[in-house]
Design a protein around this ligand. Sequence first.
Ligand SMILES: Nc1ncnc2c1ncn2[C@@H]1O[C@H](COP(=O)(O)OP(=O)(O)O)[C@@H](O)[C@H]1O
Ligand SMILES: [Mg+2]
Length: 252
Amino acid sequence: MTTNANRSSRPVLLDVAGLHVAYGKAEVVHGVDIRVHEGEFVVLLGRNGAGKSTLLQAVSGLIPKRAGAVRFAGRDITATAPRDISRDGVVQVLEGHRVFTGLTVEDNLMIGTYARNRRGDRSKLARMYELFPELAERRHQAASRLSGGQQQILAVAQGVIGEPRLLMLDEPSGGLAPLVVDRILRVAKDLCAAGVAILLVEQLVREALKYADYCYLVETGRIGGEGTPDEVRAGETIRRIYLGGDAPATVP
Ligand SMILES: Nc1ncnc2c1ncn2[C@@H]1O[C@H](COP(=O)(O)OP(=O)(O)O)[C@@H](O)[C@H]1O
Ligand SMILES: [Mg+2]
């Protein structure tokens, strides 16, 4: 079991400190501190609109930060351009299985290689087809012909092919069948075992807690609680909101 004590024995990979993020004048992230250690599987839980996606996009540099600091692998990336952040090894898979539906599966994967290498790198394709056989079979098909689950797997593969040191997955389960969700979370867990740190946003709390080493609870732009899965399961807030009798429909 992961505890706070053995968590802190691993080096910190991502360190978000006092982060504030706003859309225009409307601040939606109000001073968030989170950390992801090397090789750790961290989950952000929280209701719709809590600010989870905003937080990830601010880390990626896709949304400007109003205040606070983000460090990755010891480097300050607070003001770094998104392209350089992804070349450093921070890769985000956006919410809603966004792939280029007019392009083939293979061309979508090639786009993923640009995250790390300006010219793209075809030599990485074979490994992806090994990891995701369902994509190998469909490599020359337009992504629009894939099912929702296959598109999500493609979106994840597009992130993985960029060889992240930190892979941020924003609700990869969104609208998908339980078997596909399980497949995606297992892929994430395997990557984690291979040394990739994972920062997952997930509505399926029970599923996410099965795979997580550590969790943060995001409540209207603030961290309302944190702990290991066991601590989170035992905590009042999460039990009341997610695991109790009045759980929202998204919890199985
Ligand atoms: N592009 C945007 N412009 C203005 N407000 C936004 C935008 N995106 C999200 N918001 C608002 O920011 C808050 C946090 O949203 P979001 O980060 O998407 O939450 P979550 O991912 O936890 O569901 C919500 O109140 C949402 O309405
Ligand atoms: Mg979101």
